[in-house]
Design a protein around this ligand. Structure first.
Ligand code: TXA
Ligand code: MG
Length: 354
């Protein structure tokens, strides 16, 4: 299959999109059951019509994703929430008013119209309204309900540039809408509202502290931080090794100087064995590593910068063909929670404490 890549620009007000003809065509592809990748404010998504079983099946096939891992349904109008879910609690309306369009996904009871293929067989459904103008325009053009996982091959880091999508999915999907680099860089916060206690299944830009204002009892899924293998995270996607580069990634945590010293020693050791070693570090650490391939994420106190560059740098290590990567750890404040969650998953929980 030939994959068409089309650049889409937002108009100067940042509201609509300029290439409306291309968006209309992309919408027609979705309605006909085809697949279109598109930018959102978090990461690029791989869209198919959420109401068509066959489209969901194509998404799983294109990504190489297990079909028990449910998709997020993206909408462009608040009123469409009722078509997605059979029961929308007051809290969901409240959070939608406050955070939509934006990087918050809510889990609700599934509506009848949504096929089980879209929800991976579950009776619940994940739904969000993205903020990106290209995403909103595409959803409108495609009929209003777009199922979209991140547009990467299953297991790889999520795409933050259209190029990343092309690397993984060229030849497997009809079209890629290139809206430039995404703003946030890590996937949306997933909040489960079907449990007695509202639970964050995946941390993201909308933090636990922010949600606590509307939901004083909100908690993190205990499965996210548990080392007990039998205690699994509830979001099916969080149980797989994920966001991972090809090379073995190991995190080093502890006092800053001690971490740098440990990483230098590990780099030396690896190089003596003839290996190509990568280092993932904060900008301030630039001068700490005279050997190895150092890729920087951003200033230590700028979680926004670090989040925005995380997946891009992990993918760059793949291009550079390194054998091993050692990474510093970052603050868990604010979006830092999401950053460290993704890094730990990408590392398969391998952490050296110094
Ligand atoms: O930012 C995002 O959320 C991006 C953009 C494209 O919107 N999408 C995204 O989708 O990250 P995906 O499929 O890569 O991740 C969705 C996660 C998976 O871990 C999946 O298991 C979980 O959401 N999920 C979806 N429906 C669920 C449900 N009904 N119950 C529990 N977890 C669910
Ligand atoms: Mg994903």
């Amino acid at each position: 299959m030939y994959t068409e890549i089309v650049e889409i620009h937002s108009d100067p007000s940042g509201q609509g999109v300029v290439e409306t003809e291309a968006i209309q065509r992309a919408g027609e592809i979705l309605k006909a059951g085809g697949l279109v990748a598109f930018p959102t404010e978090t990461v690029y998504g791989l869209g198919g019509d959420a109401m068509q079983r066959e489209a969901a099946k194509k998404i799983y096939a294109a990504k190489g994703r297990p079909s028990d891992n449910p998709l997020i349904v993206h909408i462009a109008r608040l009123s469409d929430l009722e078509a997605v879910s059979s029961f929308v609690p007051e809290t969901a309306w409240l959070l939608a008013e406050k955070y939509w369009p934006g990087p918050l996904t809510m889990i609700l009871p599934k509506g009848e119209k949504i096929p089980l293929e879209t929800t991976g067989g579950l009776s619940t459904v994940a739904v969000r309204m993205p903020r990106h103008s290209v995403a909103l325009a595409l959803i409108e053009a495609g009929g209003g309900f777009v199922a979209a996982p991140s547009a990467n091959t299953s297991g790889k880091p999520s795409p933050t540039l259209a190029n990343h999508v092309a690397e993984d999915l060229s030849g497997r999907i009809e079209m890629i809408l290139d809206g430039g680099p995404v703003g946030i860089g890590v996937e949306s916060t997933i909040l489960d509202l079907t449990e007695e206690v509202p639970t964050i299944l995946r941390p993201g830009y909308v933090t636990e502290e922010m949600l606590r204002r509307e939901l004083p009892e909100v908690r993190m899924d205990p499965g996210l931080s548990s080392k007990d293998e039998s205690y699994r995270p509830k979001a099916p996607g969080m149980k797989y090794r994920h966001y991972a580069p090809k090379a073995n990634l190991v995190l080093v945590s502890g006092d800053r100087e001690a971490v740098a010293e440990k990483i230098r020693a590990l780099v030396r050791e690896g190089m003596e064995k003839g290996k190509k070693i990568g280092i993932l570090a904060a900008e301030e650490s630039k001068g700490s590593y005279p050997e190895g391939i150092v890729l920087l994420l951003g200033k230590r106190d700028s979680g926004e910068d670090i989040a925005q560059h995380l997946y891009e740098q992990l993918r760059r290590f793949d291009e550079l063909g390194v054998d091993e990567i050692y990474s510093e750890c970052f603050s868990e404040e604010g979006i830092g929670r999401a950053i460290m969650n993704r890094l730990r998953k990408a590392a398969g929980q391998q952490i050296i404490r110094v």
